[in-house]
Design a protein around this ligand. Structure first.
Ligand SMILES: C[S@@+](CC[C@H](N)C(=O)[O-])C[C@H]1O[C@@H](n2cnc3c(N)ncnc32)[C@H](O)[C@@H]1O
Length: 451
């Protein structure tokens, strides 16, 4: 295979990162924007040891699942990757991605239950984080180009809400009028880094969080007035101060400019107060279905105790609490734990308690204390659970482990590690909370092999 040379090939699969795969001269070639069944000319742009990267130059037979992308930014924006295929095909790709990981990494040949697709693939996100920059002397917001920090300017995004897009415009206009410069990553000059908007779809509340390098901003009163006029349901405006270099969007310090510093929403029948620092699933309707499945897999009754590791603001913990004797949640972000405690009170739940700690440390400590939950639910970030947590789960020996995951590869690795602790995968189901992107959620039920 030669770089820059064009080869004729068929797209045979989707890759984990949302690109597609062709096989040329026995080598896997990753190709963005392909649909399984496309027959195309592919130009090789990079060759690594065991694989290569290519670009579609011409499609001479289109896949039957290929559609005209509705998003005009689809070929450039790094946020989505599936606007060129039907939603049914996207769901098949996501379900297969999880099944392949469970088989290849987890070593288990098992089919998932029927994939749960989103009722809507448009405007489903309750959270927007727009990077802010400047182009041709104009303030821009948008989304990053894939694998870069180049901002693709965008007025409207098909998966964000109109309210969030309007607030981004409002902040851009304020910046232009009062000469508030965007932050420049290279020179570390300027102020505004991101515009973060979170909406409560059940309550209509909207919280605006402006991520800035410095708290000293001009014309703050004008910003508050403009934002309130733009979104009448606005419940608060918060500054987040991030002076750090690197990719983390949020810094550690928050200053409330106006209104509340939390947003309220309703999920699985419980009310939740959410700080900007607290995790909250971006697709509320699908999150309810995901958590209902987790609850069903947990098979709790009023005699059982449950431990919810990586519990965030208590969304799963409080859903479990209604069906359990007692629940314990553990979470590392202090604001989320404060929210969780308040949320228990807000919902008159008295059988839930929360620990602010690393999940591994909390689980180890609970195991040493002799706590033996009947069920442990884990919902870790993408990197999955660490060995200390796996060992502590083994020591506590619950009947069931319910694993909620946003990363099929680490999920499959951890299912294998939990297998070494005596747990067997019983069933799993894939949920699409992120239509048109490559992200996917899975819930797994593991039971003790001796049960
Ligand atoms: C995918 S979120 C799930 C949150 C919650 N279960 C929910 O659905 O809203 C993962 C959570 O793990 C937390 N987290 C990350 N690393 C952690 C650690 N080492 N120990 C405990 N929690 C951690 C994050 O702050 C986040 O709240």
């Amino acid at each position: 295979m030669e770089k820059n040379k064009i080869y004729r090939a068929e797209i045979i699969a989707y890759a984990g990162d949302g690109s597609s795969i062709a096989r040329i001269h026995d080598m896997v070639v990753f190709v963005p924007g392909g649909a399984v069944g496309d027959q195309c000319d592919i130009r090789i742009v990079k060759i690594a040891k065991n694989y290569a990267y290519g670009r579609i130059e011409r499609i001479f037979i289109k896949s039957k699942n290929r559609i005209e992308p509705e998003c005009p930014h689809a070929s450039k924006c790094g946020g989505c990757c599936y606007w060129h295929i039907s939603y049914e095909e996207e769901l098949r790709a996501k379900s297969k991605k999880v099944q392949d990981a469970i088989q290849r990494i987890g070593g288990i040949a098992m089919e998932p239950e029927a994939v749960c697709g989103s009722d809507s693939i448009y405007h489903y996100r309750n959270k927007a984080q727009y990077p802010v920059g400047i182009k041709d002397d104009e303030i821009i917001t948008g989304f990053y180009r894939a694998r870069s920090h180049d901002i693709i300017p965008m007025e409207h995004c098909l998966i964000q809400t109109e309210l969030a897009d309007n607030l981004a415009k409002c902040v851009r206009d304020w910046m232009t009028e009062y000469h508030v410069a965007p932050y420049n990553e290279n020179t570390r000059s300027g102020f505004i880094r991101h515009i973060y908007v979170r909406s409560g779809f059940a309550t209509g509340q909207v919280l605006l969080c402006i991520v800035t390098k410095s708290a000293k901003l001009p014309a703050v009163g004008e910003l508050i007035q403009a934002a309130r006029q733009t979104v009448p349901g606005l419940c608060g405006i918060v500054l987040n101060i991030n002076k750090k270099t690197g990719n983390a969007i949020l810094g550690d310090r928050y200053i409330t400019l106006w209104g509340n510093d939390t947003l309220e929403d309703v999920l699985c029948g419980n009310r939740f107060q959410l700080s900007p620092a607290a995790f909250y699933q971006v697709n509320r309707a699908q999150a309810e279905k995901l958590y209902e499945a987790a609850l069903q897999y947990a098979e709790l009754d009023q005699t059982k105790t449950a431990l919810d590791l990586y519990c965030g603001a208590g969304t799963i913990t409080l859903a479990l609490a209604h069906s359990a004797k007692e629940v314990i949640g553990a979470e590392i972000v202090p604001q989320a734990v404060e929210n969780a405690k308040q949320n228990a009170k807000l919902n008159y739940i008295t059988n839930a308690r929360f620990i602010c700690a690393d999940a591994g440390q909390a689980a180890t400590h609970l195991a040493e204390e002799g706590i033996r939950p009947d069920v442990i639910v884990v919902d870790p970030p993408r990197k999955g659970i660490d060995q200390a947590t796996i060992d502590a789960i083994g020591a506590m020996a619950p009947e069931r482990v319910v694993y909620v995951s946003c990363d099929p590869a680490t999920l499959a690795r951890d299912v294998k590690l939990l297998g070494e602790q005596g747990y067997q995968l019983k069933r799993y189901k894939v949920f699409d909370l992120f239509p048109r992107t490559f992200h996917v959620e899975t819930v797994c039920l593991l039971s003790r092999k001796d049960k």
